[in-house]
Design a protein around this ligand. Structure first.
Ligand code: HEM
Length: 475
């Protein structure tokens, strides 16, 4: 019973509504996970008097509630009539039935049937299965975060252009003999990075950057395996519903796409024709796409792991006004835009121009902001504009998170949401400080890497907050 949610459909025009509601609460409180009170407004369009339209109305609200909040926790729906309290709905619906649910509910009431079990396409998942799926998704998210961090260090140590070939199988075999190493090194020497930056490089130094890039590539493959093998097993055991199957296919494709995108990015730094201003560095566009896709994948995996590993904070979400739940999505969007803008800073080494804060040199808006034509190229290709935009976005995100956090202190968030909000506020301060430090100290590797990983932590707290403040219909 404690896993069920009850909807009570009351009528606005019924003067005894409150008495009925109180008697139900008296009788059933603590017996259910939640009791939702709905009051069918008088004279609502499409409501036919004496046709149980208040029940349909209640069902509609419950369906929305289930769609928004409880997608994975309930697997059947049931409607009962309780004569002492007139009509009482009992729902335990799964998201995948919710579209058909309303129809069934209405049909059931037309027939005045007492109990209508709905068809369940899948057996309900046991707690153990939910845990296993959730842990698998969390692990895959963790591996993705690790890949991002390793990728950042690879870039910062200027190791990313050391492996000048790509093959999904052969890559796993680094050179083993002295001759093979020498051959690989000679190959590297033919590319612009060696000519422009590493003319003095020894074989020993080459091995170091090679192994860095190798570790990143192997980590990517391990991420793919850790995702795909359990996915296959869960799928075969029929543990995924249709929505999850689609998501698993999307995540799998994104992981595969990351491999291809990574090589596409590296290629742009190897060949003279694709270099920007002849600089031996990868295309900032491709770098931003590679990093942006990693963040999208990470967010999707993490969000879905929350769904399997936690029960929704029902108490919290029903009491927090909608605006806050919508507001968190604004914070998520701002964070994501700042991340993408940060990728362009990294891609153009734009952190090295104007290493001053808060002004850029003597200016609030530097004079070189718009030197390229057409103007929009500045946003992506002009280091000064790129750094300026990232600063402004970063500071805006910081201000927005702090304003949200302070303003929401007057609202009663549930415990989990409150913890997430506090962590988010603390993290945004750390993240911005790291960003400013990275700038002032001319992009030291450790600080820049921490700034990059910090953005993952920030995004995680924002997602956790959004998850715990999911929007629910007004009731
Ligand atoms: C919410 C705030 C912020 C977020 C989420 C954020 C995120 C990021 C990300 C994802 C990168 C790319 C890192 C990489 O791929 O290696 C980056 C780079 C950078 N950010 Fe931020 N940033 C924020 C605020 C700031 C601020 C306020 C500043 C300075 C005023 C700043 C300065 C930099 C610099 C200099 C880089 C380039 C570092 C490099 O070359 O590796 N960031 N940022």
């Amino acid at each position: 019973m404690q896993t069920l949610i009850i909807g009570i459909g009351l009528e606005e025009r019924d003067i005894n509504s409150d008495i009925k509601y109180n008697s139900i609460i008296h009788k059933y409180e603590n017996k259910f996970l939640k009791i939702i009170k709905t009051i069918h407004p008088n004279g609502l369009e499409n409501g036919v008097a004496s046709k149980s339209s208040h029940c349909s109305y209640c069902a509609e609200i419950l369906v929305k509630y289930y769609e928004n909040n409880l997608k994975f926790f309930y697997n059947h729906a049931m409607i009962t009539k309780d004569m002492s309290s007139r009509l009482l709905f009992r729902f335990a619906a799964n998201h995948r039935q919710s579209l058909g649910l309303l129809k069934n509910v209405q049909l059931a009431f037309k027939r005045s049937s007492a109990t209508v079990p709905l068809k369940t396409p899948l057996p309900p998942l046991s707690n153990g299965a939910k845990q296993r799926i959730g842990l698998w998704l969390a692990c895959s998210a963790g591996m993705t975060a690790g890949a991002v961090a390793l990728g950042g260090i690879t870039r910062l140590t200027e190791s990313g252009l050391s492996m000048t070939n790509w093959h999904w199988l052969n890559d796993m075999n680094p050179p083993r003999t002295a001759e093979a190493w020498q051959e690989e090194f000679e190959r590297y020497k033919r590319f612009p990075e060696f000519e422009q930056m590493n003319r003095e490089m020894t074989l020993h130094e080459f091995k170091k950057i090679y192994y860095m890039e190798f570790a990143h590539r192997m980590w990517g493959r391990a991420t793919g395996l850790i995702f795909i093998v359990p996915a296959f097993m869960f799928w075969r055991r029929g543990l995924f519903d249709k929505g999850m199957k689609i998501r698993v296919l999307i995540f799998g494709s994104l992981i595969a796409a990351q491999g291809a995108l990574g090589w596409y990015m590296v290629k742009s730094g190897l060949h003279k024709e694709t270099l920007i201003d002849g600089r031996a560095s990868v295309s900032p566009y491709r770098l931003a796409a590679h990093l942006g896709t990693a963040f999208i994948l990470y967010s999707g995996l993490l969000w879905n792991s929350f769904k399997y590993l936690t029960k929704p904070d029902v108490y919290a979400s029903t009491r927090v006004p909608r605006g806050w739940a919508i507001g968190v999505h604004g914070l998520l969007t701002l964070t994501f835009l700042t991340v993408v803008a940060g990728a362009f800073v990294a891609g153009l080494d734009a952190g090295l121009v104007y290493p001053t804060f808060p002004k850029m040199g003597d200016y609030w808006i530097p004079p070189e902001y718009s030197t390229l034509t057409p103007w929009y190229r500045n946003i992506f290709e002009n280091p000064v504009a790129v750094q300026f935009n990232h600063r402004v976005l970063g500071l805006t995100t910081t201000a927005a998170v702090l304003t949200f956090s302070l303003a929401s202190l007057s609202v009663k968030f549930g415990r989990r949401a409150a913890v997430a909000r506090n962590l988010l506020a603390a993290m945004v301060i750390v993240q911005t400080s790291l960003g400013i430090g990275t700038l002032l100290y001319h992009v030291p590797i450790s600080m820049a890497a921490a700034h990059q990983s910090g953005s993952l932590a920030l995004l995680s707290f924002a997602l956790w907050l959004a998850f715990n403040l999911k929007r629910v219909p007004k009731i």
